[in-house]
Design a protein around this ligand. Structure first.
Ligand code: ASP
Length: 355
């Protein structure tokens, strides 16, 4: 075969693959949305009914905001951003206000968003002054020539494009602070000074303050399918508690903690980020859907229960396809999660023994 013919055949194969989404069947519902609020050691015996009810209410409120966007004909991208902004303002979750502290007693925030219709993506890491890191990730995608910005530069860009800036103490919560102190004491590490601008330490003994040890993950993520058939994914987090040296996890890394392509699926992950980066978890799930034609649930389960477990990693994913398949999968005792689709009733889950 002549070289030119070979090139033409190869080009035709590539173009066919790009043009043919893995899912062609008609969606059962025209829009759908799945959300997580972190995975971890979340068990009935360590959760009091009031806290559990608060988590369930927060998950419902956040997913309803995204569902409203989708029901009104809005884009998957807008739905993802709308739901995540609510969770970033909710002190129960490890994102925005309520984020975990690093070993220096600071909140360093990471986020990413991806548009499955064109593979555009934006991400930020180590942000300390931008109230809504997910909106900053979106601004990076839409208003800069880049995909990822970090630290002070990312906050400066946020200010330039008019995103709300706050004092770093805005993100402070007592429960996360006490949780950090506990962990550092346990590890024999120095306790940093209470952050400037934080409210004065409460008069009650530290042991009386409910820390979030059992629920210290709390990263948030959303995947959505809109009426136009487009999918999107977003993730926002404070990372891992007591992180050091400018550590960045999987959440803002496209392909690891966040990924979306209309040709396969959209995924947001949560768990110990180092494993998710090494496996390229989000992209891995989508590759199984695209190249192997796996149903979404099977692909997610394979990555979490076979590949992640082989590395002794922990965590979970939520995922969605353009044909309306929705999935979640996790190998931890619990994962805060919710899903809803057009014409279907809302499902909210916390523990592993729930559907
Ligand atoms: N994946 C996040 C990170 O490693 C943390 C989490 O999801 O709990 O930064």
């Amino acid at each position: 075969m002549r070289a030119r013919t070979r090139v033409l055949i190869a080009a035709a194969i590539v173009l066919t693959a790009l043009a043919a989404p893995a899912q062609r069947s008609q969606p059962a519902h025209r829009w759908a949305i799945v959300l997580h609020g972190g995975a971890g050691v979340i068990e009935r015996n360590t959760m009091d009914p009031k806290t559990e009810a608060a988590y369930r209410a927060s998950l419902s409120k956040a997913i309803q905001a995204g569902a409203k966007v989708l029901g009104g004909g809005g884009s998957a991208l807008d739905a993802v951003e709308a739901s995540i902004r609510i969770l970033e303002d909710d002190p129960l979750f490890n994102a925005g206000r309520g984020a975990v502290f690093n070993a220096e007693g600071k909140n360093e925030l990471d986020a990413a968003i991806m548009d499955g219709s064109n593979l555009n993506a934006g991400a930020v890491a180590g942000v300390t002054r931008t109230r809504h890191p997910i909106s900053l990730a979106r601004a990076v995608m839409e208003k800069s020539p880049h995909v990822m910005l970090i630290g002070a530069g990312a906050d400066a860009f946020a200010a330039e494009v008019g995103l709300e800036q706050v004092d770093p103490s805005f993100f402070f919560t007592e429960r996360r602070w006490q949780s950090l102190v506990k962990q550092l004491e346990k590890e024999g590490m120095p306790i940093p000074p209470r952050p400037a601008g934080a409210p004065p330490a409460p008069a009650v003994p530290a042991s009386d303050i409910e820390t979030l040890d059992a629920h210290k993950y709390g990263t948030v993520g959303v995947v959505a399918l809109d009426r136009h058939g487009d999918i999107a994914a977003g993730t926002s987090t404070g990372g891992t508690q007591a992180k050091k040296w400018g550590r960045v996890g999987d959440s803002p890394i496209i392909g690891a903690g966040t990924y979306a392509s209309n040709h396969s699926c959209a995924v947001s992950a949560t768990g110990t980020g180092e494993y998710f980066i090494r496996l390229g978890v989000a992209r891995e799930v989508c590759n199984l859907v695209f190249f192997k034609g796996m149903p979404l649930q099977q692909a997610a389960d394979h990555v979490i229960h076979t590949e992640l477990e082989a590395l002794h990693g922990d965590g979970g994913v939520i995922a969605i396809t353009p044909d309306g398949q929705m999935a979640w999968s996790f190998n931890t005792p619990g994962m805060y999660r919710a899903r809803i689709a057009e014409g279907r009733k809302l499902e909210v889950g916390v523990y592993s023994d729930e559907p």
